[in-house]
Design a protein around this ligand. Structure first.
Ligand code: NAD
Length: 295
């Protein structure tokens, strides 16, 4: 059994921390939301009033925060995680953030002799609750090996993507593919409608042809062909348009910083920006098909 500090007990962090409790660890949780800490205590965890209190005795610190801004703020500073963690503690950031902040934070941790990995996830709230998340990890081999048993308590697929920041790189590259293919798939269904081609027929053909993708066969943006997709429940999220927009913006920031040419990624970010601005930020990202219909 280890003592684990868990910071950021939101939609994802709450159930992830609960799975660490179920695995037999002492999990000391903290969050700016008192209600989130109360839920953690009800799930068998221990509450802490501050970052310093949470990390003081922790063998492992896990963070699950909204963005790079919070990660920088909470890891840095005199009262931050890096300054307050005990010698030999392992740091795991599972938030989805920009690659540059992930690398700078891992460097600051290494300067204090602390091992750190970035370990963003895919699998959503369902994966967090069911302990079936995919973790994409960046960090030194030793840090990854030390983190793996803890990640296995929260996920099913754990991949080491390379050095510090490479977990975030994998996450934004994957989600850039996802955003672009969802728009492409949606455009095809809208065109098919206008050409008098039945949606199910297009699905039957494209799913067995070169147009096949996860956006089509698992998350089909029109109701009918894939009964479990959000299109069948009024585009209730799932994965919100706001989250897709966040990840596409991170991909664009990374592309600018690395000098990569990603014109379709840029267009996808612009389209999701327009869609979200129409009051659809909280709608599932596959709802962009309605925006493309002009609705
Ligand atoms: P969330 O907003 O539900 O949770 C974030 C938590 O961090 C909140 O409880 C918030 O109160 C807490 N927090 C913010 N600032 C804090 C601070 N200064 N100190 C302590 N706690 C603080 O978000 P979420 O859906 O759990 O997502 C967390 C991360 O996971 C994000 O980076 C998101 O992009 C990523 N992610 C989310 C999903 C998803 O489906 N929700 C899927 C994959 C990845």
């Amino acid at each position: 059994m280890s003592t684990i500090a868990f910071i950021g007990l939101g939609n994802m962090g709450g159930p992830m921390a609960a799975n660490l409790v179920k695995a037999g660890h002492r999990v000391v949780g903290t969050d700016v939301s008192p209600a989130a800490v109360e839920r953690h205590v009800a799930a068998g965890g221990t509450g802490a009033a501050s970052i310093a209190e949470a990390v003081r005795e922790a063998d492992v610190v896990v963070t699950m925060l909204p963005s790079g801004r919070e990660v920088s703020a909470l890891y840095g500073g005199e009262k931050g995680i890096i300054a307050g963690a005990k010698a030999g503690a392992l740091l795991i950031d599972s938030s989805t953030i920009d690659v540059d902040t992930a690398r700078a934070t891992a460097k600051a941790a290494a300067e204090r002799g602390l091992a750190m990995i970035d370990a963003p996830v895919s699998g959503g709230v369902g994966g967090a609750s069911g302990g079936t998340l995919t973790f994409m990890c960046g960090g030194e081999d030793r840090a990854f090996a030390a983190a793996k048993p803890y990640l296995e308590a929260m996920g099913k697929t754990i991949v080491h993507a390379g050095g510090p920041g490479n977990g975030q790189a994998a996450k934004i590259c994957n989600n850039m593919i996802l955003g672009i293919t969802m728009i492409a798939t949606s455009e095809a269904f809208v065109l098919a409608e206008k050409l008098g081609l039945d949606a199910q027929k297009l699905f039957d053909i494209a799913s067995k042809s070169s147009g096949q993708s996860w956006s089509l066969t698992t998350y089909c943006p029109v109701p009918g062909p894939v009964p479990t997709s959000p299109a069948n429940r009024g585009y209730q999220a799932g994965f919100t348009a706001a989250m897709m927009l966040k990840d596409l913006k991170l991909a664009q920031d990374a592309a600018r910083s690395a000098g990569a040419v990603t014109p379709l990624g840029a267009e996808a970010a612009a389209l999701y920006g327009l869609y979200a601005a129409q009051g659809e930020a909280g709608t599932d990202f596959s709802g962009i098909v309605n925006f493309l219909r002009g609705k």
